[in-house]
Design a protein around this ligand. Structure first.
Ligand SMILES: [Zn+2]
Length: 485
């Protein structure tokens, strides 16, 4: 646990470098479109960073579309937008369900420049850690009732659970190309603001068959936000991912790992499982963007890589925190990959670690661990939703994608709510009106089974079924220890 705490402190020690810098094109100025975006395929072929990071516009991502979301990358946290009754009613429903502990307040003030900003220096009972505040002692097993535990390790032995935060990023092509060459899939923790700013890069994650989780709208310390704000940070991220990428994630990672039982409850109310990590590369802090020389970050990698040949590796794998923030970070990920491969038997996305083959509401089937290591690494979208999300309660309505023969990989978009295209493409129309039946109103408890997912234990055959009811998100008894990702 001490190691985790030290890791947390190290993470935050560099937070100012991490957050204080503008990300590539992640500022609002990006919205001043300078060029016409192409398709996922054409965008994926760009290699000049200046060109890649020149703001673009694509059909559908227009002023009207952006009105559905908070301003990307504003300094204030996301708020539920005026008139967004769907969001309001969903939030009210989650509150009414009781899944959010009411005894936990906002911690400190939002301050991205200092660790104290997350409130650790406040009045919290640090020794007792009553709210399972990860920032305190690295707690991942909730102490309030009805909350499911975070995921922080990979149950498969000698396995590197590959998770990459903070995308999409306009300069991601070299890294994504590398993954493609290596037949490597990854779990990507996407920031909502980046998804609407870089929609074609976001879609590439789907066409390339990666696994996607949410990483909040604007990367704030979540425990320092009000419940409504924390909800909005997640809600608009899910919505952006749904509208732009056609899938609804069921997992999220808190920025800086800053989560407690109140935030877990909000996330769980939105159907999101909290995904942490067991090992941190601290790669975001690499020079010239961060404070640490490349050799220091390499040393971090080497110590994590050494775990693969330790006795402990025989009993389980790890989940590693990496980033796609900047060129140096991504270049080092490429440089270290052969070493990881040398030391670990398998390198897999987090959902594969956990044998979760249906990570979205939509009908995508991912390989389980056994299939993945056997070489069947691509998900199989059918283009049809197996779950009647729209007709019951879940009302986020995806953009309607127009079929395009030029889409790379022809991976289907989610066809929830009647979509029928099978090819991801940049040519999508404006969203249809939000659904008229918000979740959590009368009858919200009527079962809409989100998914029956395999729990993560030592093998794909040992998992317990997971059943969620949107709005109440009642977890069946067998859920304890199960993984929803
Ligand atoms: Zn992050």
């Amino acid at each position: 646990m001490r190691a985790v705490l030290l890791s947390a402190l190290a993470l935050v020690a560099g937070a100012s470098a991490h957050i204080g810098r503008p990300r590539h094109g992640c500022t609002e100025s990006h919205l001043l479109a300078k060029r016409q975006g192409g398709t996922v395929a054409s965008e994926s072929q760009l290699t000049n960073p200046t060109q890649e990071c020149t703001a673009y516009s694509v059909p559908g991502i227009d002023a009207n579309f952006l009105k559905l979301f908070p301003q990307p990358w504003t300094v204030t946290p996301a708020e539920i937008l005026a008139g967004d009754n769907e969001a309001l009613q969903y939030m009210q429903g989650i509150n009414a369900s009781g899944v959010i502990p009411t005894s936990i307040g906002v911690r400190g003030a939002q301050n991205e420049q200092a660790w104290a900003g997350a409130g650790l220096a406040g009045t919290y009972d640090i020794p007792g850690d009553p709210d399972c505040w990860w920032t305190d002692k690295g707690c991942t097993t909730p102490k309030h009732p009805n909350l499911i535990a975070d995921v922080e390790t990979c149950p498969e032995p000698e396995t590197w659970g590959y998770s990459v935060d903070d995308g999409p990023n306009c300069t991601q092509n070299a890294l994504y190309d590398f993954w493609k060459q290596q037949n490597q899939k990854v779990s990507l923790m996407f920031i909502g603001s980046n998804v609407v700013n870089w929609p074609l890069q976001a879609q590439r994650a789907i066409t390339d068959g990666h696994h996607v989780c949410a990483h909040t709208w604007s990367h704030k310390y979540m425990t320092s936000l009000t419940t409504d704000q924390a909800f909005a940070e997640l809600w608009y991220t899910i919505k952006a991912i749904k509208y732009v990428m056609g899938i609804t994630p069921t997992c999220w990672r808190p920025p800086y790992g800053d989560v407690d039982d109140r935030i877990r409850g909000i996330a769980q109310g939105l159907g999101l499982r909290t995904i942490m990590w067991s090992h941190d590369t601290n790669d975001y802090n690499i020079q010239p963007y961060g404070a640490q020389p490349t050799a220091s970050i390499q040393a971090n990698y080497q110590s994590i890589e050494a775990v693969g040949s330790s006795p402990a590796a025989a009993t389980g794998g790890i989940i590693v925190l990496q980033h796609e923030l900047e060129d140096a970070v991504m270049s080092l990920a490429i440089a270290e990959y052969p070493n990881i491969k040398k030391n670990f038997k398998s390198i897999v996305p987090v959902n594969t670690c956990l044998n979760i083959t249906k990570p979205y509401y939509e009908d995508y089937t991912f390989p389980d661990f056994e299939d993945y290591v056997g070489g069947k690494i691509d998900p199989s979208p059918s283009g049809q939703s197996s779950i009647a999300i729209g007709s019951t309660s879940y009302t986020i309505t995806p953009l309607t994608y127009a079929a395009s023969s030029s889409a790379a990989g022809s991976v289907g978009t989610a066809a929830a709510a009647g979509g029928s295209s099978s090819a991801a493409t940049s040519a999508f129309s404006a969203p249809t009106a939000p659904g008229a039946t918000p979740v959590n109103t009368a009858g919200a408890a009527a079962a809409t089974v989100i998914s029956s997912q395999q729990a993560g234990s030592s093998s794909k055959s040992s998992g317990a079924a997971v059943t969620l009811v949107p709005g109440l998100f009642v977890f069946v008894a067998a859920l304890v220890g199960a993984a929803l990702c």
